[in-house]
Design a protein around this ligand. Structure first.
Ligand code: ACO
Length: 335
């Protein structure tokens, strides 16, 4: 545990955590039966061995609702305690209404406002920052921040360059007002000049749905992997160095580093450049793949369950994704 030296944020803490993943496991070997790929290629290039796939009747809100209910139960909170529901997702149930509106209704958060937050895979960090700002300003007391994705519906299952990388899941936290601080500092970033490197091109106002957009597979995720790779390894390092410097915390002070789970090579390269030892770095993408906005809370839950993250620990989280966006958050774990 470290003291709050020059923390930028006071008055907010993560007070509850809940996660949900669908039961269906899709392994690399299964994928290689229908796709020109192999467990060896996927595992050695990405670190991923399997991922979860939502049932046909499950949309992102359904996964989010499960995670939210578990977070509320874990925190001893009722739905009417929640003032605001933020759902970070790149796979909303539909364009509108917001997935957060559906989630708030299903969990019975009738007092709460609700909105979706789209910041690519960095959405969970952006959501934490937004919730912290609302709470620190005294506007709201309890905010549900949920990262939820059914990426399996946005993937072109004939495109081996993308479909092997992603999985479905959801994670939720409650950000609550706190007298003792808790969340120390944030860094949020964006470089829209890289927008074309990672996108789902059609279906919006730029390229409305037509037979042609469907035929061209433009309603699926498109990614220039090598560009995203270079971007990610650079911004994670810069962003983490900034939040650590802002809070006057060193890498040695950090008990656990939880980066977005996109590729083990990105995680290892960034962690090495930052100077982390391997036992300070958490990853679980071998069994979940990249679950976008859900990846960080899924790691947190597993780290807590495995005793890797304990009350009082200094936790550094970092994300990156479509936009291109990035963000990091330094906090004291208080559960
Ligand atoms: N199985 C077998 N071969 C494959 C596969 C596959 N699944 N995918 C690609 N290949 C082939 C390519 O076709 C290429 O063959 P070619 O040389 O004959 O054309 C070869 O493997 C090498 O392809 P590269 O793209 O150069 O492979 P690379 O080593 O760069 O790995 C990867 C690709 C894993 C996508 C990597 O670039 C990466 O991880 N990038 C970052 C992706 C990322 O982080 N995305 C998420 C960002 S944010 C968010 O979460 C939405």
């Amino acid at each position: 545990m470290i003291g709050l030296r020059r923390g930028l944020v006071k008055g907010a803490r993560i007070a509850a955590l809940g996660v949900y993943v669908p039961e269906r496991v899709l392994t690399n070997d299964e994928l290689s039966r229908t796709l020109d790929t192999s467990d060896e290629w996927i595992a050695s290039r990405t670190g991923i061995r399997e991922r979860r796939i939502a049932r046909a009747d499950q949309a992102s809100s359904d996964l989010a609702v499960e995670a939210a209910r578990r977070a509320l139960a874990a925190g001893g909170l009722a739905a009417h305690d929640i003032d605001l529901v933020i759902v970070a997702t790149i796979t909303p149930d539909m364009f509108f209404p917001a997935t957060a509106s559906i989630v708030a209704d299903k969990i019975g958060a009738t007092r709460a406002g609700a909105f979706d937050l789209e910041a690519g895979c960095t959405g969970f960090i952006y959501g934490l920052a937004a919730a912290t700002a609302f709470v620190s300003a005294g506007i709201y007391h309890n905010i549900l921040v949920i990262g939820a994705e059914v990426l399996s519906r946005s993937l072109d299952w004939e495109d081996r360059r993308t479909c092997v990388l992603f999985g479905d899941g959801a994670g939720a936290v409650v950000v609550t007002a706190s007298d003792n601080g808790g969340i120390f500092s944030f860094d949020l970033g964006n470089d829209g000049s890289g927008a074309e490197h990672l996108s789902l091109p059609a279906g919006g106002s730029r390229l409305p749905a037509t037979h042609e957009t469907v035929d061209r597979h433009e309603h699926f995720m498109h990614m220039l992997g090598s560009e995203v790779y270079k971007f990610a390894t650079r911004v994670i390092v810069e962003s983490c160095e900034k939040v650590l410097a802002d809070a006057e915390v060193t890498v040695a002070d950090v008990d656990l580093f939880v980066p977005h789970q996109a590729n083990i090579r990105i995680i290892e390269a960034a962690a090495k450049r930052l100077g982390f030892k391997s036992d300070q770095v958490f990853h679980n993408l071998d069994h979940y793949g990249n679950t976008s906005c859900a990846s960080i809370p899924l790691c947190l839950a597993e780290a807590v369950a495995g005793g890797r993250l304990k009350k009082g620990d200094t936790l550094l989280m970092a994300g990156f994704g479509a936009g291109l966006t990035w963000g990091s958050c330094l906090t004291e774990w208080d559960l």
